[in-house]
Design a protein around this ligand. Sequence first.
Ligand SMILES: Nc1ncnc2c1ncn2[C@@H]1O[C@H](COP(=O)(O)OP(=O)(O)OP(=O)(O)O)[C@@H](O)[C@H]1O
Ligand SMILES: [Mg+2]
Length: 363
Amino acid sequence: MPGVTIKGLTKRYGDVAAVEGLSLEVQPSELVSLLGPSGCGKTTTLRLVAGFLRPEAGEIWVGERCLSSPTGVVPPERRRMAMIFQSYALWPHMTVAQNVAYGLRLKAGVSKTEREARVKDMLRVVQLGGYESRYPGELSGGQQQRVAVARALVVEPEILLLDEPLSNLDANLREEMRFEIRRLHATFAITTLYVTHDQGEAMVISDRVAVLYRGRVVQVGTAEDLFQRPRTRFVAEFIGKTNLVDGVAVEPGVVARGSLRLRVAVTGLKPGAPVAVSIRPHEIILVTGDRATPPGHNVLTGVVQRTSYLGDAVDYQVRVNESDVTLRVTAPTSIRLRPGVGMRLAVAPEACVPLIEPEEGRP
Ligand SMILES: Nc1ncnc2c1ncn2[C@@H]1O[C@H](COP(=O)(O)OP(=O)(O)OP(=O)(O)O)[C@@H](O)[C@H]1O
Ligand SMILES: [Mg+2]
């Protein structure tokens, strides 16, 4: 399977740039998610890759072939790609088998016997063996989704494009289908672009995640990269919960706010520069009474403002005495502190991550 290279892609609607200078490299057989809020350009990017739209600038390459540029666009049917739409777009008047066979009918050189065998095989792969003669209206949402997947895969595309394929499903089924998509990807190893606005879904399904913001990719990485080493404010807040402390670098590895001094994960900061530091709520340790703080940690003092019991953890808001900052802390239920109680907070320098790009995607 070839990879996909997107270089400086731009698509405008009137004055609005839906996609603006977007670049992304997808390795052969890799599954990359495009993750971002509504309106950030995910669907537009996918439609550009599929060949439904012509870019104003930039290029899309699949392996050694340039498929899109401002001067020419290879039409969708000649791209060896399959796209699954949010609505599944199944034909209601065709049975499951007919829906899946549809793409194969358009393909030259596939006999009726071969077509029937491939449809049967594919329905077995998506665990719909025996449903051949049902109509889409007689299937659950998850089953319809699997028919759409079967229909896309049966033509043996080189590239698979999925636009929020699970958003019509209820929460439980959605979670189940995430693993189903992962399993199919492991079986067929088709290079895949997967659009979602759900960060949990992106993290479970993808080899890597590309975070989109206002028509461009602001950071690409594994789920772990993005969670532990966000580069921008937007990524830090979009991927999981976090605390952002706005301060000033006072040493190459120290950020200050008020009398608060935080030793941070990197040491290349320029003294005097404004720096935002991201600290995940579960990385902060609450230390009460005369217990020792863990060695090497930043130690702050604070007062509990509010607590919320979450069942498996307790969520605290703690006012830090050394500054005007209030931190969210997720602590185990074995510690129970009431509002007004004072304590120390310990946080390892490695858990204090300075954001190195002040403005999204524009270092
Ligand atoms: N045909 C169109 N004409 C004019 N503007 C459009 C058109 N299609 C998209 N846009 C605009 O381009 C921007 C990006 O739209 P796009 O559909 O790519 O977003 P998205 O990330 O897929 O959002 P969602 O998560 O809501 O599906 C939006 O501001 C949208 O209003
Ligand atoms: Mg969309």
